[in-house]
Design a binder for this molecule. Structure first.
Ligand code: ASP
Length: 343
């Protein structure tokens, strides 16, 4: 794939417009593959992907592992509880052990922001060519989720040509616990890179004012923004302000495990103010899709009836799209030393 220069995938803030286009184009090719009768490609035959998950995961881990298998890679999984970490081994030494076994791709999730990046740097310093994919680090970033959300929206708006252009000028509302959400942060970089306006909506305890300027400066450690002109970010406090004119609504889980104090009065009062239901969506003035990265607190972020309505709720479509997106990332990161093998 021409133009792809990333050795690791850590943060979508580092993606140019061309990078988003490359991932979406490849993902679409993988997405339509089963319909064309192909379920598995030999592209990563002989490669080894290791998933190192230091935090729980339902979707991301199995989706990465399935994506690797669909490309004929070997897959290895690490669980902290049954490993030598419980005997005091450092994370870097654990990673090195898997690299010594021949791992080409490390998929890493950790509760602390920055772990996948520092692991990638440490391994590079010791001369390893292994690629690191961030599968979620603390509050910082969840790039494959941001990409699969982007892909899901692009396919919704332009089913035959799901490119980043499909997002240009769209108004995407992200509602809820933005403060604790690495998914929201990744979506902010992805959606604005494609020219969408992102409307953030939530109470001040879960959505501090500074998010208005979130994409205004490159993140620490990055010299400049690889995207020339981004869409804008707005911040509002009520759904009554956010929903009129929206093209899509993205809801976020209340991340109770990351809250250090009581930030909402109760799940019921949150649902009354920020929960999305069929009735609430009437404020949009037209039919719009609803997304959620999962896991969903049924009846809190989303009314049960909406969650069960696939004509509006794209949660299962997000899960389906996660596989081709992760296939695209694994393929691109292996492309450097694979030569000119076709996808
Ligand atoms: N699964 C997503 C994540 O790992 C969203 C969530 O947990 O709420 O960030």
């Amino acid at each position: 794939m021409s133009g792809w220069t990333h050795r690791h995938v850590i943060d979508l803030a580092a993606f140019s417009s061309a990078d988003f286009a490359t991932v979406l184009e490849l993902a679409q090719r993988f997405r339509v593959m089963p319909a064309a009768g192909t379920r598995r490609l030999p592209a990563l035959q002989g490669r080894l992907m290791t998933s190192l998950f230091f935090e729980p995961s339902t979707r991301t881990r199995s989706s990465f592992e399935l994506a690797a298998r669909r490309l004929s890679a070997d897959v290895q999984s690490f669980s902290p509880s049954s490993s030598s970490l419980s005997k005091g081994e450092s994370l870097l030494d654990t990673a090195r052990t898997y690299v010594a076994m021949g791992s080409d791709l490390l998929v890493v999730r950790h509760r602390c922001a920055g772990v996948p990046l520092s692991l990638a740097r440490d391994l590079e310093r010791s001369g390893e060519s292994v690629a690191v994919l961030n599968a979620g680090d603390g509050l910082h970033s969840h790039p494959s989720q941001g990409l699969l959300d982007l892909f899901t929206l692009a396919r919704h708006f332009a089913p035959d040509a799901p490119t980043p252009e499909a997002l240009r000028g769209r108004r995407i509302v992200i509602v809820g616990d933005v403060l604790h959400s690495r998914v929201a942060r990744s979506n902010l970089w992805a959606l604005t890179a494609c020219g969408a306006t992102v409307v953030l909506c939530g109470p001040a305890t879960l959505l501090p004012d500074d998010f208005r300027a979130f994409t205004a400066a490159p993140p620490p450690g990055q010299r400049q923004d690889p995207v020339h002109q981004r869409g804008s970010v707005e911040l509002v406090r009520s759904l009554e302000e956010a929903l009129p004119g929206a093209d899509a609504v993205m809801t976020l889980r209340l991340q109770k495990e990351r809250m250090q104090q009581q930030l909402i009065t109760s799940a019921e009062s949150y649902h009354r103010r920020y929960g999305i239901s069929h009735r609430r969506l009437e404020l949009c003035g037209r039919s719009v899709p609803v997304l959620h990265p999962g896991p969903v607190n049924r009846g809190v972020e989303l009314a049960g009836a909406l969650l069960d309505d696939p004509s509006i709720c794209l949660v299962e479509e997000q899960v389906r799209n996660g596989i081709p997106i992760r296939m695209a990332l694994l393929y691109l990161l292996s492309a450097g030393d694979r030569g000119a093998q076709g996808a």
